[in-house]
Structures are given as structure tokens and as C-alpha cells.
Write a protein that binds this ligand. Sequence first.
Ligand SMILES: Cc1ncc(COP(=O)(O)O)c(C=O)c1O
Length: 323
Amino acid sequence: MRKTNADKCTNRELHSICIPLLFKKFHTFIMSDTQQIWLDGNIIDKADAKISVFDHGLLYGDGIFEGIRFYSGRVFRLEEHIERLILSAKAIHMQLPWTLEEMCQATVDTVKANGLTDGYIRLVITRGEGGLGLNPYLCPKPSMFIIAAAIQLYPEENYTNGLELITCATRRPTPGSLSPQVKSLNYLNNIMAKIECIQAGVIEGVMLNEQGYVAECTGDNVFVIKRGKLYTPPVSDGSLDGITRQVIFELCKKAGLELTEKSMTRYDLYTADEIFLTGTAAEVIPAVKYDQRLIGDGTPGPISKQLVEDFRALANSEGTPCV
Ligand SMILES: Cc1ncc(COP(=O)(O)O)c(C=O)c1O
């Protein structure tokens, strides 16, 4: 097929802007050829880990997942992740043939089989093989697979100097559509927003809900600090009840910091003293510029820096053994 000028331009832009950005700025998951995958009860070579093209996880994004981290030979907040996964399954009316304990054990076994001490786990449950129609009741058996990989973080300079954010035009879905609490295999909404970030040359962006209130970022929760007090949007404004978000509640309580859930507009972020983001992959990371406005003096503030340190100390000191 002949390419139009618009196609050529898009490709050129992709190569000159997006691809270098991807390699320089984004998390890299390091996959080895000898990687071992847990698939439906067996640990097998990556090359043999296959899912049917009739699986509704692939055909419709009908499935759920969790991203989990392990540090220093221990899986961080494993039970909390599996509990959230079970709630996602319940919400999409998927009967799981595995118990919480079995899913925790399978996760630990996968990390062990790969001989890793630090990295990222992706646990995916698909609706399973079925017909070409939507009907999930024609998929008799869900499939679960677990990948464990080493992760190269955002460059350390992002943690010391902070990130830049934009507002994404793509909104979080309204409460009447699929709840953001379901970590479903259909992440297209977030991917559309992520494309906007990449095209704008930044790593992350703020997503608003239909009413214009701040919900979260494309893959992270957002926190604001103003006059020594912390604020984060309530989950009812369209954010995921993040596991790292919950850890921030704990760390603030311990440090005697006041943290409140509050509906916020972009104004609250533009005028914040500090902003930071939280997520399993990103951990805790300061943001210093938003829609071209400097946050505070444009460098990570003291509370954000303290929470980055506190989170790292906690993540490296507890968890379910996996070596
Ligand atoms: C949309 C979205 N928001 C927030 C988060 C952060 O949640 P957690 O801290 O559980 O990783 C994630 C990552 O899972 C996410 O995908």
C-alpha cells in the first residue's frame, strides 16, 4: 500500500521523538531468553508459554492483572495485590479456580524459578478460550500466567530532579462505565493518554474525570502537598486504590503527616508546593513541572524526598520471601 505524506510524517516523528524517548526515559523490563513462565499450573520456558488466539483476554481485553514488585528477595505487599485481583475477578463475574494462597504460592514459585532477587511480576488472568462472540459464559476455564522480570527503573535523575507532567485530553471513564478499580486487560484508555504524554515529550500525565476533577495519572496515583498537608483524590473521582497509595497513608500516619482525600482541580496542582506520584513500577517519584508551571521552586520538596526514602526503606525491609 502506498504511503501518504501524513503517514511518512507520522513515522518520521515516531522515530525521531517517540522511540528515543521510550529508551531513554521509560521503565525497561529485562527479559532473558531463558525466562521461566508460570502458565496454568506449570512452570515452562518462555518459548513454550502460549495462549490461544480464541482467548477472550486477547479478543476483548476480557481479563484482569496485577503488577507486583519484589525487593531483596521478598515480594512486596503480595497478599494485598492478590486480594485486589480477587476483587477485580468478582467485579467482572469471573470464577477463579485458584485460592488466594495458591496464587501467592504460584507468584513466589515463578520468582524462584527465575533466580531473581529484585524485579517486577506481571500476573495475568484471562477469561479463557471461547467463541468469537462476547459471551463470557462460553469460556469454561480462565487461564493464569505469571511473568517475573528484572526491571530497570526510571533513571535515578527522575527521582532526584523530578518529573514533568501534562494534562491528558483523554478522560477517565465515567462512574457508570467500568470502574477504575478493576485492573482489566483493557488499558486502551490509559494507553491513549500515555500516547499524549509521549508525543508531548514527558513520561506521565494527569487524567481528569468527566467533571474535570483530577483522577490520577496514566499508571500512577497523584498526591499534592500544600502548606505541609497532603491531599490525594478519593477513588470515587476515578483513581485506582493503589497499593503504593495505601503505603503512603501508612507512612504519613507514622510520620505524623496529615493526609486527606479531596476532590481537586488542575488549579490545586498548579498552586501546590509539592507533587509526587505513586505506583508499583514508579514507586514514589516527585513531579516538579505541570502544564509548564513550576511546582514549588521547580525542585523536589522536602516531604516528597522524605517519602521517596521512607518508601524505599520499607520496600526493602518487608515482604513474602521468594528466594
Ligand atoms: C491506572 C493506575 N493508577 C494507579 C496505579 C498505581 O497503583 P499501585 O500502587 O497499586 O501499583 C496503577 C498501577 O497499577 C495504575 O495502572
